[in-house]
Design a protein around this ligand. Structure first.
Ligand code: NAD
Length: 443
């Protein structure tokens, strides 16, 4: 079997690498020549645990190749995955220009039947646009080669992408022909040996499933964050509430953690895109408007807490920040709460000294304000008036607290991810604030 994956970002590269790892011949194509040049030298453009090894192994075996041209490798291809970006357009809708550019390129060179699969997150109706674009490009060269389109939204989580791809909870596939279903079954057969299942459905439903999943997860986060803020006022503890409700099987215990809001390449843009779809069809999604508003507010909760403790004027205050990526185990900085928080801190006159285990190279591309990037977490703490924990990297979980205290000007910790123990830190002489724990709680 031979497959082309177009787009070598978080989704495309993981998809290509994992498919080649089960024995499929894969060509990963990207428009970014520099990316492809580096991949051909074995240098990965992203940080994703476990990915490098799989890429190297399969590239060495000759099963995984990198190219800048679809046409050059299209012969004998059974399926082409489109995994390019679908960023937020100016009006909040998903911008399909990259997806349709790929469709056009495919239509310009396809010579025999293949299934063209949209893996990028795209609004309902996009696969139809892909089909029409391919047909139009074929018509331009006077050809009518049979092909099918399919929708195969991706549910992997950055930071755990390899295990998510290799052992998926489910694989959702939208098809409109038996022939396409057979090809897709063939592609995913190696991943189904452990009993995971493919859920076949129609294409619009598959496209909607991806948005529904992300919107639901974003809703859970905003719901818990909203409640967390109320818990603080009432003297309740959101962590205890989470345990209380998470044990209800109807609710489940995942995605119930209060924090500083969701970020990343998916939730913010997908929530916006779904809202836009609703608006375009005369059905505004009121719930998601609130989910987004709560999230925007939540990103600044830690900043407001800091001002409450240190006073509104942060001029000359030195603030240590631990963690910049939007979540641990990734260098992805897209829509990370750290962008908003560091901007607010610098605007208020604070001097920010930040450290992240892997996102230090990516961070300056997103953080617009002048901050200092420290060489390690302890260096960031020197003479700090406060420490803000923004990303719950494992290595921040159990620091040398005595050293932390010695380095700081004021032993003040604001924990945006609720990973530290309040009683323990109080005993060590720290002033500690987290999310959603009221002053009365535990007394
Ligand atoms: P990304 O920005 O990391 O990668 C996209 C890649 O596509 C880039 O390397 C870019 O150069 C390439 N590209 C753009 N136009 C091209 C073209 N015409 N030909 C070839 N390559 C082209 O994006 P990503 O995070 O991998 O996301 C891709 C899609 O998958 C998006 O729709 C996203 O919403 C969805 N998705 C992402 C995740 C995630 O965790 N990142 C999870 C599920 C779904």
């Amino acid at each position: 079997m031979k497959i082309i994956v177009v787009g070598t970002g978080y989704v495309g590269l993981v998809t290509g690498a994992c498919l080649s790892d089960v024995g499929i011949e894969v060509v990963c194509v990207d428009i970014d020549r520099e990316k492809i040049r580096k991949l051909n030298e074995g240098i990965l453009p992203i940080y994703e645990p476990g990915l490098e090894e799989i890429v190297h192994r399969n590239a060495q075996k000759g099963r995984l190749k990198f190219s800048t041209s679809i046409a050059a490798d299209i012969a004998d291809t059974d399926a082409i995955f489109i995994a390019v970006g679908t960023p937020e357009g100016e009006d909040g809708s998903a911008d399909l220009k990259y997806v349709l550019a790929v469709a056009d390129e495919i239509g310009a060179c396809l010579e025999e039947y293949a299934v063209i699969i949209t893996k990028s997150t795209v609004p309902v109706g996009s696969s139809h646009k892909v089909k029409e674009t391919i047909k139009a490009a074929m018509a331009r060269r006077g050809r009518h080669i049979p092909f099918d389109v399919a929708s195969n939204p991706e549910f992997l989580k950055e930071g755990a992408a390899i295990s998510d791809f290799m052992s998926p909870d489910r694989i959702v596939i939208g098809v409109e022909s038996e022939r396409a279903a057979k090809v897709m079954e063939q592609v995913y057969k190696p991943f189904l040996l452990n009993g995971f299942r493919i859920i076949f459905m129609d294409i619009p439903s598959a496209e909607m499933t991806k948005y529904a999943a992300n919107a639901m997860l974003a809703t859970r986060i905003s719901f818990m964050n909203d409640l967390a803020n109320l818990c603080e006022l009432l003297g309740a503890d959101i962590n205890q509430v989470r345990n209380g409700i998470g044990t209800d099987p109807r609710i489940g215990n995942k995605f119930l953690y209060a924090g500083i809001g969701y970020g990343g390449a998916c939730f913010p843009k997908d929530v916006k895109a779904l809202m836009k779809t609703g608006e375009q069809h005369g059905h505004p999604l009121k719930m998601l408007e609130v989910v987004e508003a709560v999230n925007n507010r939540q990103k600044l909760v830690l900043f407001h807490k800091l001002k409450k403790v240190l006073g509104p004027d942060l001029q000359g205050r030195r603030i240590a920040v631990w963690g910049l990526s939007f979540k641990p185990q990734t260098d992805d900085m897209r829509e990370a709460p750290s962008i908003v928080i560091t901007e607010a801190l610098v605007n208020a006159g604070a001097e920010v000294h930040a450290y992240d285990p892997v996102a230090m190279k990516e961070a300056p591309k997103y953080i617009t304000r002048a901050i200092t990037y420290a060489e390690d977490e302890y260096k960031a703490l020197e003479q700090a008036d406060a420490l803000l924990l923004l990303t719950e990297w494992r290595e921040f979980r159990l620091p040398d607290w005595e050293r932390v205290k010695d380095l700081m000007r004021r032993p003040l910790i604001l924990d945006g991810r609720n990973i530290y123990n309040a009683t323990e830190l109080a005993a060590l002489g720290f002033e500690y604030h987290c999310i959603g724990v009221g002053a009365l709680s535990g007394k």
